[in-house]
Design a protein around this ligand. Structure first.
Ligand code: MTE
Length: 442
């Protein structure tokens, strides 16, 4: 019997055997020794670099105002905001990328984020015709087509249905598009920042399709349509729609932000962002692909033989080192925690390798928990920089065994006229000065 109320003992099969305990303890000792050595080396290096300065450091010798005065009251800011010292960490639009900002992108500052979750205020934005703050009381979702009972749902109806919460990445098919020909933009915010990862909450689309009685014999596809002026429409295969697609209203524990589709958006895990229809107002069930303007013209790939590849939905396995990355500077030789993110539309990440010499030698990075399917995975690797030029790269492998390709391997298949779906290995060059820049290594 469990004597402690609230303490649940693990099931017997979860207990460790004596051999397991010896193995685990040895592993932990090894890890601790290694961490300690690295940490001591880092501390020694820091002290060595700043010796002399520390003794007269006013940050230590003088009491700052915040230690001698009354702070601000609670609820001085009813909705919290980042520290004023973090004001540089913002979404940024790439100047000149599009003619007007209503049909543009603002990029997530990946270089400044930790873990795998993107804060709502830093989620990238991609609109075809601007965003709106839609009154939820006036918003409706219609489900019709090959269904027994077409229905129109209010937000109140949707919020009463069974819900789930899942963490998924959202990547625009155009992410890294500017890098097909050469290294074009300076920072990871612009090379890879059409990428975010959030916990989304909503109703499985399967629940709504079943509620309306979709025709199980004839139905093959659904069409999703947004309520903005662009009337963005995308076809989604019924199998996928019934699998893990969500009609979502929640993002990281609160309602979606208007820029991200408030009050309702589609979440299509693993699939390119354009299918994640925002301000979702209509789902039509059909027996064939709908072939709308958005799927015929945009987010398609012009292949070397002149054919256009349509309906490329899955975002293939990809990774990028976020620190150090373009625009940053290594301040001195010695220890660095090299960190980055990896993701795959086909499931979970199983391994990430990191190279410091442009792909000649690789070391396996640590994958940090949680490692979730169709979500970002954080990786870390220890690096001792000796002050000479280095080319940093990361290469991810997913559960299907797919290995993230080099840019030349991708070009061999896709030719040189692609815009979308560039999942090539990214290279950052650390010069002897410590300056880190975006370079392409074939
Ligand atoms: N849905 C509507 N209704 N209108 C849009 O312009 N943009 C699409 C998709 N859904 C879009 C939309 C594209 S191209 C992408 S990449 C994602 O939304 C971006 O989602 P976000 O703005 O929340 O990052």
């Amino acid at each position: 019997m469990n004597k402690h109320p609230g303490l649940i003992l693990p099931a017997p099969e979860n207990f460790l055997s004596p051999e397991d305990i010896t193995r685990t303890a040895a592993g932990r000792r090894d890890f601790l020794r290694r961490s300690f050595e690295l940490a001591s080396a880092a501390v020694a290096a820091t002290f060595a670099a700043s010796s002399g300065a520390a003794t007269g450091d006013p940050a230590i010798l003088q009491l700052p105002s915040w230690s001698t005065s009354l702070g601000k009251p609670v609820a001085a800011r009813p909705y919290g905001a980042p520290s004023s010292f973090e004001s540089n960490l913002v979404r940024r639009e790439s100047p000149g990328l599009t003619r007007v900002s209503e049909a543009s992108v603002s990029f997530t500052p990946l270089q400044g984020l930790f873990g795998i979750i993107t804060p709502n205020g830093l989620h990238f934005e991609r609109h075809h015709q601007g965003w709106h703050d839609i009154d939820p009381a006036r918003h409706r979702l219609m489900v019709h087509g090959l269904v027994k009972t077409p229905r129109v749902y209010t937000m109140e109806d949707i919020l009463r249905l069974p819900s789930v919460s899942r963490i998924h990445f959202l990547e625009c098919g155009a992410n890294t598009a500017m890098e097909w020909g050469r290294s074009a933009v300076p920072t990871v915010q612009y090379t890879h920042g059409m990428l975010s990862c959030c916990e989304f909450t909503g109703v499985p689309l399967a629940v709504l399709l079943e509620d309306c009685g979709y025709d199980e014999q004839k139905s093959r596809y659904v069409l999703a349509e947004g309520a903005d002026g662009s009337s963005l429409t995308r076809t989604i295969a019924l199998d996928r729609a019934l699998d893990d697609v969500l009609v979502a209203y929640g993002q990281n524990g609160e309602m979606l932000r208007p820029e991200n589709g408030y009050p309702l958006r589609l979440v299509v895990p693993g699939v390119q962002g354009v299918s994640w229809v925002k301000w979702l107002r209509r789902i039509k069930v059909g027996d064939q692909r709908f072939g709308t303007k958005d799927e015929v013209l945009h987010y398609v790939d012009l292949m070397p033989d002149g054919h256009v590849r349509q309906y490329t939905s899955i975002q293939e396995c990809k990774s990028v080192i976020t620190t150090p990355s373009g625009g940053q500077k290594l301040l001195r030789k010695g220890y660095y925690n090299v960190t980055g993110i990896a993701w795959s539309g086909r499931g979970s990440i199983t391994r990430v390798d990191v190279s410091f010499d442009g792909g000649r030698n690789w070391r396996t990075a640590r994958l940090e928990n949680p490692v979730l399917p169709k979500a970002l995975t954080r990786f870390n690797v220890d690096w001792e920089w000796n002050g000479s030029q280095a080319i940093l790269q990361s290469r991810a492998i997913d559960q299907s065994g797919y290995v993230q390709p080099r840019i030349n391997q991708l070009r061999e298949v896709r030719g040189t006229r692609s815009i979308y779906h560039n999942n090539a290995i990214q290279s950052w060059r650390a010069a002897e000065t410590g300056e880190v820049t975006n370079v392409q290594v074939s």
